[in-house]
Write a new protein. Structure first.
Length: 182
């Protein structure tokens, strides 16, 4: 049985998100995100150095508009030339991979946390983290939400306001709540 909270989180096992060590990691990321979100707006191409250092991978030419939020950062892999518009949120309790040249509209949210169905366990902070993979050259319209464990294939297009609850094939175009093929 795994006892380290980071290892449990990474393994997809149920773990307690209220763990002090996990909270300390989230606090480090909040500082990095704060620095990024308060950079002088005249600094073209700027991304907070603390945030870049915190991310698992920050590809060449990647750009994150402010404001932005991530929970850990250390699980976020951004490909070269990606663009995340203002107001994007990536709750990366598991690995999140965003492929090269992918674009997010404003307010796109990506979630990895899957909270327990038992209300007593949920109140106790029990959750599991499921990875999200988004391929290269994907376009996700503003306000869309990508749920835990989803894989989106390369060249897919997700309509604005969609809720992606299951895998999307390469080149597929979807929209709606839940997202369905167009």
């Amino acid at each position: 049985m795994i006892t380290d909270p980071f290892a449990k989180m990474a393994s997809g096992e149920w773990y307690c998100c209220l763990d002090d060590a996990l909270e300390a990691e989230r606090q480090i990321t909040r500082r990095a995100v704060h620095q990024h979100n308060t950079i002088d707006p005249d600094t073209r191409g700027a991304c907070g150095s603390l945030l870049i250092a915190r991310l698992a991978h920050f590809g060449e030419g990647a750009y994150i508009e402010a404001p932005f939020h991530a929970s850990y950062g250390v699980n976020l892999h951004l490909g070269a030339g990606i663009y995340l518009n203002a107001g994007c949120v990536v709750l990366d309790s598991a690995k999140v991979t965003i492929g090269e040249r992918t674009m997010f509209g404003p307010g796109v949210h990506v979630y990895c946390a899957d909270h327990h169905r038992d209300p007593v366990k949920r109140r106790a902070g029990i959750e599991r983290a499921l990875p999200v993979t988004i391929g290269a050259d994907v376009w996700i319209g503003g306000g869309a939400q990508v749920l835990p464990g989803v894989r989106i294939g390369e060249n897919a297009i997700i309509g604005a306001g969609s809720v992606v609850t299951k895998d999307i094939a390469a080149g597929e175009r979807v929209a709606g709540v839940p997202a369905r093929p167009l």
